[in-house]
Design a protein around this ligand. Structure first.
Ligand code: PMP
Length: 353
């Protein structure tokens, strides 16, 4: 750290993304990417002709993509915002709406507390229950920035739309941000409520269900006035936040609903299979509706399991955090990848059960 960094930032603990080691080829079950490639039409959309156009800036209004997204979800263009990954929207939301503090669960996406620190926001964390479910009542009547991932990460557990609406309607003077990064794998989106509430911000991403993590494309649905706030921040920081290739990839991806629905279904099936297999080995496994499992091994700690799998070329996510340090977050990969994972787990714990 240089001596020039301002004081608030010197104390900041940055978010630590899942590791991406380059020493050898791993089975990557640690960053919740899709095991399936983007469809051929997306690959074609960013072909040579478009690469040659890279001398030009991208469309800051993302007109084509925004219209395509609005049509795909049956909402109006003025209710749609696009971003460089959904992390960017989370960043903007904390920047814009954290003035009266923020509240989120104690166990959730690690970036929320980083953003709160970054902007000097008073953050309150509400403990999840012992089974990691969330008490919706604890998020009612807050009237500050309420942030809930649905499904939650890393537990994969969901809230019903009824519970979400209860939270939104009871916080009329605060923004309720529902982070739906994993929504397509089995939970119900709150985006249909945006016409009803002016304080609801629903955030989604192309990174997971649409196999485009590397393209960095996120989006949000909200009342037009919230979208204008987010646009204002975007035009005050990085107007060309979504590059030309990503805009094209996004438009092409939106035409492939069938391909992506099929992939989500396969991932949900594989998730169910792996959960059962882990339970046969006496793991405790949450009822995840995301593209990952959250599981605790009966005989070895979370850190050890992570290290032993890494030795065997398999990466999972371990969190060095109270309450969950013995749990592992395991991305649901392809069926073959998961068979290898299960084989390795059986070997590792074989002698101990
Ligand atoms: N929200 C949650 C809960 C996540 O796990 C992630 C992925 N790390 C994101 C948002 C951000 O995803 P992206 O920026 O790739 O859209």
């Amino acid at each position: 750290m240089s001596r020039f960094l301002n004081e608030r930032l010197s104390a900041l603990e940055a978010y630590v993304p899942g590791e991406q080691p380059g020493d050898k080829k791993y089975i990557k079950l640690n960053t919740n990417e899709s095991p399936y490639p983007p469809p051929q039409s997306v690959i074609n959309a960013v072909g040579e002709k478009e690469l040659a156009e890279l001398r030009l800036y991208s469309d800051p209004e993302c007109r084509v993509l925004r219209t395509a997204l609005a049509e795909a979800y049956g909402v109006r263009r003025e209710n749609v915002f696009l971003s460089n990954g959904s992390d960017e929207i989370l960043n903007f939301a904390f920047m814009a709406y954290g003035g009266r503090g923020a509240v989120f669960p104690d166990i959730t996406y690690g970036f929320y507390s980083v953003f709160a620190q970054l902007y000097g926001i008073q953050a309150e964390t509400v403990p999840l229950k012992s089974d990691f479910t969330l008490d919706a009542g604890a998020f009612c009547g807050r009237n500050s920035l309420v942030v809930i991932a649905n499904p939650n990460a890393p537990t994969g557990l969901t809230l019903s739309l009824v519970e979400i609406e209860k939270i939104v309607s009871s916080n009329p003077d605060g923004i309720v941000l529902i982070d739906e990064a994993y929504i397509d794998f089995g939970a119900e989106s709150a985006y249909r409520l945006i016409g009803k509430y002016d304080n609801l911000l629903v955030v989604q991403t192309f990174s997971k269900s649409r196999s485009l993590a590397g393209a960095r494309l996120g989006f949000a649905f909200a009342d037009g006035r919230i979208i204008n706030d987010l646009e204002k921040i975007k035009y005050s920081t990085n107007p060309y936040n979504i590059n030309r290739l990503t805009q094209l990839a996004g438009v092409a991806a939106l035409k492939e609903a069938e391909y992506f629905n099929k992939n989500c279904k396969k991932i949900a099936e594989t998730r169910g299979y792996v959960k059962k297999e882990l339970e046969k080995m006496n793991f405790s496994v949450t009822d995840s509706k995301a593209n990952f499992l959250f599981a605790k091994c009966p005989v070895i700690g979370g850190r050890e399991l992570y290290l032993r799998l890494k030795e065997r070329g398999i990466l999972i996510r371990h969190f060095e955090k109270e309450r969950i340090s013995d749990y592992s977050r395991i991305t649901v990969g392809s069926r073959d990848e998961m068979e290898e994972f299960l084989r390795a787990v059986r070997e590792i714990i074989g002698g101990r059960v």
